[in-house]
Design a protein around this ligand. Structure first.
Ligand code: NAD
Length: 473
């Protein structure tokens, strides 16, 4: 089969949030752009099998839970009839709307999209192959690698259709029966939230002593308590040591940290034990781009790799593997290629688990402040003192604001509660702007809102709180 040659000023490899943002920004800055994508839709993991579809399922879960909750408060919808197939097609429809939108945006910008798997042949050429099509060579001046990451596989887990990663979990084929979630990180817990609301008997197993390891334990524990009620079991300090797929189910053996083992049988198993970067899959060495042992590609703050005309963005350049890190990185790479001198130097990148309650944190955690020897202090506002939270029927939330004691400047915020993922944006702005305690506490927040809890936590730190008794009094 022949090979077609395509010329590009900028080629972008991978069309996730980092990749399509980079491609669109470069096109807007006047570059001739080619965007290479393995699948026949743009958007990558986040849009197709990650952030967006999971949020649709989490919304469905929330509606189910809130309907059940209101039974005790005067509204009884009767027995809720859950049609999982319909929920899944609604979710797929949302994804389709967004991927169609991206396709149009690419067309309007004259970004040429090529479907296939791209691999470097040299510092100026990428070979693109796709079943049944003639192969293509893209000759480029600059490249942006945005090839993302994939789920980690556990070597002792067998291949079986009842065992899946987050991609399979979004199909909701096993929404009834017993399910084991391996990994108490963000993906595992978001899916545990969805499946338990849909009616599955969910067990979560986590190796560490707490779920969501990156966050402080006080921020995570209200979620842990709710999951303990919602799920059949939440095993901590426990690892899965073997799994066997039989006709009757998946036989899983657990071992706790005392070395005691036990076996349980599940109808399905979700493996959510982290993601690994795809840096080793693209023959980067043929372009001279260095790839670490783990598969990451290092860049400078301009998102430039060790090869000056090749940039990299998103999951493949390092943790945290989050779309909202990839997007600004993609813009910066495109802008530097287009002659600007921009750097990716955020003070913080927020993390959010869209569980129920949501968990969000930004800046320095208390654990990190202790480990780094920072002279810090904190204010905590419990949401049981938030009138607005009580009107939502919820009292388990918590807002914690961490300050540098020497300067009174905010250095970190942790929030657990409904919509914590939205609330954390205020904390991000405060951290980015270098706000001190007064900047926050003297900013008028609307009443009644849960956003007031950020002021409340700051006033707890200052000792100026009137809604509670200050710990300093
Ligand atoms: P993770 O690394 O966040 O969590 C995996 C967990 O699995 C860890 O707590 C680990 O201790 C545990 N684990 C590992 N091996 C185990 C074993 N054998 N038995 C029991 N537990 C085990 O990984 P994830 O949840 O898969 O998420 C992957 C990436 O995707 C993360 O970088 C995350 O930030 C990102 N992500 C973010 C969002 C979001 O922003 N809402 C959503 C989904 C994914």
């Amino acid at each position: 089969m022949s090979t077609k040659v395509i010329e590009a000023e900028v080629v972008v490899l991978g069309s996730g949030p980092g990749g399509y943002t980079a491609a669109f920004r470069a096109a807007d800055l006047g570059k001739k752009v080619v965007l290479i994508e393995l699948y026949d839709v743009l958007g990558g993991v986040c849009l197709n099998v990650g952030c967006i579809p999971s949020k649709a399922l989490l919304h469905a879960a929330k509606v189910i839970d809130e309907s059940n909750h209101m039974k005790n408060h005067g509204i009884d919808f009767g027995n809720i009839n859950i049609d999982t197939n319909k929920i899944v097609s609604w979710k797929d429809g949302i994804v389709k709307k967004l991927t169609t939108g991206l396709k149009m945006l690419a067309k309007q910008r004259k970004v040429e999209v090529i479907q296939g798997f791209g691999k470097f042949q040299s510092p100026n050429e990428i070979l693109v192959e796709h079943d049944g099509d003639e192969s293509k060579v893209v000759k480029f001046e600059n490249a942006i690698i945005a090839v993302g990451s994939r789920p980690v596989k556990l070597p002792f887990i067998p291949e079986d259709e009842r065992i899946f990663t987050s991609t399979g979990a979004l199909r909701c084929e096993y929404a009834k029966g017993s399910m084991l979630v391996i990994g108490g990180g963000i993906i595992g817990l978001e899916m545990a939230t969805v499946y338990s609301s849909l009616g599955a008997d969910v067990t979560v197993v986590e190796l560490a002593e707490q779920i969501i390891l990156g966050a402080d334990n006080d921020i995570v524990s209200p979620l842990a308590k709710i999951l303990q009620k919602k799920c059949k079991n939440l095993y901590l300090k426990t690892k899965v040591v073997s799994a066997e797929a039989k006709k009757e189910g998946i036989f899983v053996t657990f071992e706790d940290d005392d070395g005691k083992s036990k076996q349980e049988i599940f109808d399905s198993v979700l493996v959510a034990v982290g993601r690994i970067p795809n840096g080793k899959l693209i023959d980067a060495d043929k372009a001279g781009v260095e790839v670490t042992e783990q598969g990451f590609i290092n860049t400078n703050s301009k998102m430039q790799t060790n090869v000056p005309n090749i940039y990299a963005v998103g999951d493949v350049v390092g943790h945290p593997m989050l779309a909202h890190k990839a997007i600004p990185e993609g813009k910066i790479a495109a802008e530097n290629i287009s002659g600007k001198n921009h750097h990716f130097e955020p003070k913080s990148i927020p993390s959010v688990a869209y569980t129920d309650p949501e968990v969000a944190w930004a800046g320095v955690t208390e654990n990190e402040a202790k480990a780094e020897g920072i002279n810090y202090s904190k204010g905590i506002f419990p949401w049981m003192a938030s009138g607005r939270s009580l009107t939502h029927g919820r009292d388990e939330g918590l807002t914690k604001v961490i300050f540098n004691k020497d300067t009174n400047v905010v250095i970190g915020v942790g929030i657990v509660g409904s919509n914590a993922g939205d609330l954390i944006s205020e904390a991000m702005l405060a951290i980015e702007m270098g706000c001190d305690a007064e900047d926050i506490s003297l900013t008028i927040h609307p009443h009644p809102t849960v956003s007031e809890t950020i002021v409340g936590a700051t006033e707890m730190y200052e000792g100026t709180i009137t809604d509670l008794i200050s710990p300093n009094k």
